[in-house]
Design a protein around this ligand. Structure first.
Ligand code: RP5
Length: 171
């Protein structure tokens, strides 16, 4: 059975919350406990440092970090903890999130950040990836991830059946 508060979700601003909630929702679905914090790599660097340095001791197993623009939060945290860090690039008006994406993705050799796609799909996938990482150790969570994948596949099959009457369906 999984233990308490295994995932830390952090984001650079409350303006990221609508996106990062997707990670929280999917963790809820898997019954994985998490804490959410707003911590900025640029506006509160000392707190980001403390958060990362104490994360493992506080029992976290995975960290999900979302930020937009010059999105350094995931990278800074990854540089200070041995825990796996999953980065979520937040969509931005000016550069459509490509700024966030490249800032999160292009880490130097030696400091990986598992970078997701931009925005809500990325945040949701971050939650799923966190569950998959944790599932290596906890069979109950692994089973929930497997069940989730089955639901995804049955939804697609159902949609395919819905095409039956259309002439372009594969015979
Ligand atoms: C980043 O700057 C945050 O992650 C957010 O995506 C972006 C804008 O922040 P606010 O100006 O809305 O606080 O650090």
């Amino acid at each position: 059975m999984a233990k308490e508060t295994m995932v830390g979700i952090v984001m650079g601003s409350d303006s990221d919350l609508a996106v990062m909630k997707e990670a929280a929702s999917i963790l809820d679905r898997f019954g994985i406990t998490y804490h959410i914090n707003i911590i900025s790599a640029h506006r509160t660097p000392h707190i980001a440092h403390r958060y990362a340095k104490t994360a493992q001791k506080r029992g976290l197993e995975v960290i999900i970090a979302g930020a937009g623009g010059a999105a350094h939060l995931a990278g800074v945290i990854a540089s200070l903890t041995p825990l796996p860090v999953i980065g979520v690039p937040i969509y931005t008006e000016d550069l459509k999130g490509t700024d966030s994406f490249v800032s999160t993705l292009q880490m130097p050799s030696g400091v990986p950040v598992a970078t997701m796609s931009i925005g809500k799909p990325g945040a949701k996938n971050a939650g799923i990836l966190a569950a998959q990482i944790i599932g290596v150790k906890y069979p109950d969570i692994r089973a929930k991830v497997k069940a989730y994948k089955l639901v995804l596949s049955s939804e697609v099959k159902k949609k395919d059946k819905g095409l039956k009457r259309n002439k372009w369906q594969m015979p």
